[in-house]
Design a protein around this ligand. Sequence first.
Ligand code: SAM
Length: 439
Amino acid sequence: MKGKTRFFIQTFGCQMNVNDSEKVSGLLQARGLEAVESAAEADFVFLNTCAVREKATAKFRHSLGRLRRLKIERPGLRIGVGGCVAQLEGERLLDRARHVDVLVGTHNLHRVPDLLLEAATTGSVAVDLDRKADAFDIPDEIAAHGNPVRAYVTAMEGCNHVCSFCVVPRTRGPEVNRASSDIVREVEGLVARGYTEVMLLGQTVNAYRHGDTDFAGLLARVDRVEGLRRLRFTTSHPQHVDERMAAAFGSLPRVCPYLHLPFQSGSDRILASMRRGYTRDEYLDTIALLRSRTPDLALSSDVIVGYPGETEAEFAETLAVLERVGFDALFAFTYSPRPGTSALRLPDDIPEEEKRRRLHVLNAHQQQWQRRRHESRVGAVEEVLVETVDGGGRVSGRTPHFRIVHFDGSEDLVGSLVAVEITGAGPNALQGRLSQPIH
Ligand code: SAM
């Protein structure tokens, strides 16, 4: 092959997967490979997969099918599959996909460059699905961060919960926490390279504990990193929100007043069946605690509709929680039975059409709420960290509350904090007018 080997990574799923792909991309570039924008231009295509719902898995299978055709046209093309579906299905995945050259689990993504080389030299499929103990042995500076202003930083991996619907403990294993000194060092390095916002990642990030440092302690340490302007984290679990976390969240100057806190259902019967570890009232008390420390807190959440046996009245209880809390954003899903989860023992008895109807009702309700909430910002001046160029002389960024704002501006604003007067609002974003740079 002449010139540099070109690679393309397609990522499915959550921020953790995006972050993993950034690391794989960085590792491949460190070995002299060149990142390209599409599978058509690439010599190596890597699919980083998500198993959380059947839909995500189906999207991956569709992409893998297209690559089969591409490989017939270009037999030199190499194909890799990694992440959650790879970990879950293991080598069985190869039975239906003989065109795969590299198969790698969630714990071994750092081995992608070596496995690619192995596949190229041996001409046979290279596999590594071992569950390694140390998941954090990739050098800090290696990740090729996709966002110019917000960098993801791993705080912990895996999950110790046993939610009945969730495949994540099977695909990512139990919790492994990273030393806070390593996290702080990575954040310092990112700030030195020009990042002003950091998002700490973990499946249940607020369950973080390493040595004597709990999550509140970790936030306090990262908050002190000189030059950092904004600190975010995701995903939090309601069971691990305590007084210390609420106090840290409300008082640390760089921690943004936005929290993603999945509640899943407003019905106590369903929450118990889901094994979420809290009741509806306990969830509402948690929100009250957080709001007592951060009065202007913006919240988002995850909800599942059509969980086995969910009655119309139980669905109404979920709607009532929406009404009561007033979330700034909602990620609502129809229940999807997953392999190896305990909910598989329950009959998936809500017809797909009914699940979709409930989803639609929920989303319509939420959109109205978001529009009203956004409209209340018109006339206010918001601090916006500019992230992207929209084209046509427009740019966009986010407020500390994670609201998207579009306004007229040029590319050189990307990365700056600016004051924007809000002039209009829709359900998903705000419109504004540049008022002045903040620095
Ligand atoms: N670890 C986080 C937690 O415990 O809240 C969230 C991880 S999961 C990738 C993101 C969301 O997907 C969940 O909060 C849940 O709402 C949804 N989800 C997970 N499994 C699902 C399933 N089997 N069917 C439908 N939605 C699911």
